[in-house]
Structure formats: structure tokens, C-alpha cells
Design a protein around this ligand. Structure first.
Ligand code: AKG
Length: 247
């Protein structure tokens, strides 16, 4: 697909899909590295990971704070990916955050409908999120659902979710009134989806027989600025959410 097509999809629909960013063998090596990272994160504070009821890792957060090199870090610098990202942002970019969504079969937890920029607070939403599939991801294994075009609403209000891994959510009453088409992209191993920080998205529990594994890397435009007052407010709310969940 041409850079223009990626650009138009991203700004019109709120997301664009990049097929075959990675080969299946690249993905396999990344999965092996994730196993090592799981061991490292186990001894860290609660804010870095959440587990399912049966003790499996569901999400791992802020990985860039404790992993500085390796295949996952190299992936965040993938040349093809950076070229597309810089075109979408009309600027150079930097990686701001790295997370894993590991959603194990049968017990993987849901992520409530939210906008990433309610968490990030980047002025004018000059940022994006890349969700790279290391397993198949689709509706049947709780794949992400997007409200197509909802990024055009700008960043709207959220409330505490009291859920693990996505601490803020859009109120059910507000969601009910929205009238956007729901899209469940189907990704193969190695494909990725790049989404706008204001698109409303979420995922259901993974009750299927197949794990749903993704690496989510967020990037901001080099010249972007963060609203520090809103970011501080978010961090307080995140702590409140964690306190409530693990009390
Ligand atoms: O993979 C999921 O279940 C949720 C991912 C998500 O919310 C994100 O990448 O922003």
C-alpha cells in the first residue's frame, strides 16, 4: 500500500493496517523474548503487569523502562514502520511507550472502550499506537474492536474502569449514544494495525482456544507537547484504579 493510502485510512477511519510487517520466524523469536521479559517483570511493582484469574500474564506495561536492548527494542526501530509513522504524523517521531497485550486463551481479560489520548494527554493528539500481532487476532479470540471514525470526536471524558490493564473507560451511557460502525480487524501473525490516539476501541474477554498476543508501541511526533496538568491527573487516577483492584 502507498504511504498516501496509509495516511488517508488513518485520518479518515482512525486506523490503518500494515500487512506482513514481520515474518513468521521474526514473530517466533519475539515470542521467545517475551518469555524472558515475563520473568524479569515478575519481581517488579504491580503497576508493570496484570495477571488473569488463573495466574497468566494478561498485560505488561512501560517495558521500555526496564528493557533497553534486544529484538523487541529493535522492532520499535523497524525502518518500514518508522517511514509510515513519520508520514502519518507529518513529523519525525519517538517511541514513547511499549506494552504487551498477552490475552491468554480462555481467561484473557477484556479492555474497556477507551481512547489512548485520555491516558497520554498529547496536545493535538500528535501521536499514534501500533499493535503488532504475534498471534492471529480477530473477533473470535477477543480481537480489538474499533468505532470507525470516532477519532473525530476529539478526546472525550472517561471514568475509572476498576479493570486490570486499562484503567480508564468511556461511560456506558455515553457509548450507547454513539453511532459509529464497529470494526473488528483480522490480523495474521506479523501484521500490525496503526491507530489514532483518539479512536475509541476496546476488546472483549478471550474465551477462545487461542491466545491473542500483541506488542503495542506508541509513538509521538517529535514536536508534540504533553499537557502535564492532565497527565498528572491521569497518573493519580491510575494509582487509584490499582489501589481499588488490589485492595
Ligand atoms: O489488545 C487489546 O486487547 C487492547 C489493546 C489496546 O487497547 C491498545 O493497544 O491501545
Amino acid at each position: 500500500m502507498s504511504l498516501n493510502k496509509y495516511y488517508n485510512n488513518f485520518h479518515e477511519n482512525g486506523y490503518t493496517i500494515v500487512k506482513k510487517l514481520l515474518t513468521k520466524s521474526d514473530a517466533l523469536l519475539l515470542l521467545q523474548e517475551i518469555e524472558t521479559i515475563k520473568k524479569k517483570v515478575s519481581v517488579k511493582k504491580q503497576q508493570y503487569f496484570h495477571k488473569t484469574k488463573d495466574g497468566k500474564f494478561n498485560t505488561i506495561h512501560n517495558i521500555q523502562e526496564f528493557i533497553k536492548k534486544g529484538k523487541i527494542i529493535n522492532l520499535t526501530k523497524n525502518k518500514k514502520l518508522i517511514r509510515i509513522i513519520n508520514r502519518l504524523l507529518l513529523d519525525k517521531s519517538y517511541m514513547r511507550n511499549l506494552e504487551f497485550f498477552l490475552k491468554p486463551k480462555k481467561t484473557g481479560l477484556a479492555s474497556p472502550f477507551h481512547q489512548d489520548n485520555f491516558y497520554w494527554n498529547i496536545i493535538d493528539a500528535k501521536a499514534l499506537n501500533v499493535w503488532i500481532a504475534l498471534s492471529k487476532s480477530n473477533k473470535s479470540n477477543g480481537g480489538i474492536c474499533y468505532l470507525k471514525g470516532s477519532q473525530k470526536l476529539g478526546t472525550i471524558n472517561h471514568e475509572l474502569s476498576f479493570m486490570k490493564g486499562s484503567s480508564q473507560k468511556i461511560e456506558d451511557e455515553v457509548l450507547k449514544k454513539l453511532n459509529f460502525t464497529k470494526i473488528f480487524p483480522s490480523l495474521n501473525v506479523g501484521d500490525c494495525i496503526i491507530h489514532h490516539p483518539n479512536i475509541i476501541h476496546g476488546s472483549k474477554k478471550n474465551l477462545s482456544n487461542n491466545d491473542r498476543i500483541g506488542v503495542a508501541v506508541s509513538y509521538a511526533a517529535k514536536n508534540s507537547k504533553t499537557d502535564l496538568i492532565k497527565l498528572t491527573r491521569y497518573k493519580k487516577r491510575l494509582k487509584e484504579n490499582i489501589k481499588k483492584i488490589y485492595k
